[in-house]
Write a new protein. Structure first.
Length: 303
């Protein structure tokens, strides 16, 4: 577990790695431990929710899974397809192409298209933010995310010098350098980072709560011969739904107020710029007038 700070906001981030996954000669059922781990986190959260006192517990569920795809430039492997099917029904699945600098730009684009086709043809569920929103900024952002998926990333722990002579995180080759973090023309690391800890963090958590956890919970209750038809539970869900609606209404109202203030600020800024330009022109004209007067005085003094 690590704690990161983003714009004065502290986030506790837990990362679970799966070293050696898919590297065996026989990879049959190699995804089972991962699936079981995700289900165990749901089960632990479900047990905590069943207690009389639910305060003080941490959310231990897995909110996103980054599935790294080898940059073969070909199609998805049968193993990748099966594992992504198993994971996509349990967690927010985000496919990522690793070591993207091993492919040319054209090959990378073609590889992305093949992966998208495979995901569509095999019915693999991946994290997909709603492209339609009342907020134009959210719509643009979600469309950008979907167009970039699967994300292509380049890892690096060293600084290199780019064409502009600046020090950036990336990789150095004989033919030049690859910027692996901030340059979106080279890779999608910046978009992926924004998705995880800036723009879509809340949506990832909400999707876990409303989709994946609820699916697990319903299946668990059904397997135990129990039902969700509990008056107290229905009341709690109704209250939670009402609170979410109110929260969404407040968010929209806040967004509209911010947009109005931004519009007012831009208008005020434009007026300042116009006034500055006018004053600069007046000052320039005054300088010209002074210069003309100085030249006139010089001419009179010579006479």
């Amino acid at each position: 577990m690590s704690e990161i700070e983003e714009k004065n906001f502290n986030v506790r981030l837990t990362i679970v790695d799966t070293p050696g996954f898919g590297d065996y000669v026989d990879n049959q059922n190699c995804w089972v431990p991962i699936v079981e781990f995700i289900d165990e986190q749901h089960h632990g959260y479900m047990q905590h929710e069943s207690r009389a006192n639910r305060k003080g517990g941490d959310d231990i569920r897995v909110h996103v899974c980054l599935y790294f795809i080898q940059p073969t430039g070909q199609n998805l492997r049968a193993l990748d397809i099966e594992v992504m099917k198993q994971l996509g029904s349990r967690v927010n699945l985000v496919p990522v192409i690793a070591k993207a600098d091993t492919l040319t730009s054209a090959d990378l684009l073609a590889f992305k298209n093949r992966i998208r086709d495979a995901i569509s043809n095999h019915g693999i569920q991946i994290y997909s933010p709603n492209p339609q929103s009342d907020d134009e900024e959210n719509t643009r952002r979600n469309t950008s995310v979907m167009s970039a998926m699967p994300f292509s990333v380049i890892g690096s722990e060293i600084d290199v010098e780019n064409a502009a002579g600046e020090k950036v995180r990336g990789r150095q080759y004989l033919w030049g350098s690859v910027e692996g973090v901030e340059n979106e023309a080279h890779c999608d690391f910046k978009k992926l980072r924004n998705l995880l800890i800036r723009t879509h963090m809340y949506d990832l958590i909400s999707t876990t709560e409303e989709v994946h956890y609820e699916n697990y919970r319903a299946q668990k209750l059904t397997s135990e011969g129990r039902s969700d038809d509990d008056p107290a539970l229905r009341q709690r869900k109704l209250l939670e739904s009402k609170m979410k609606e109110e929260e969404e209404a407040l968010r929209k109202r806040f967004t509209e107020q911010v947009r109005m203030e931004e519009t007012r600020f831009r208008q005020w800024e434009q007026r300042l710029i116009s006034e500055r330009d006018r004053l600069n022109k007046d000052l320039e004209q005054q300088h010209k007038n002074v210069k003309v007067l100085e030249e006139t005085v010089d001419n009179l003094s010579r006479k």
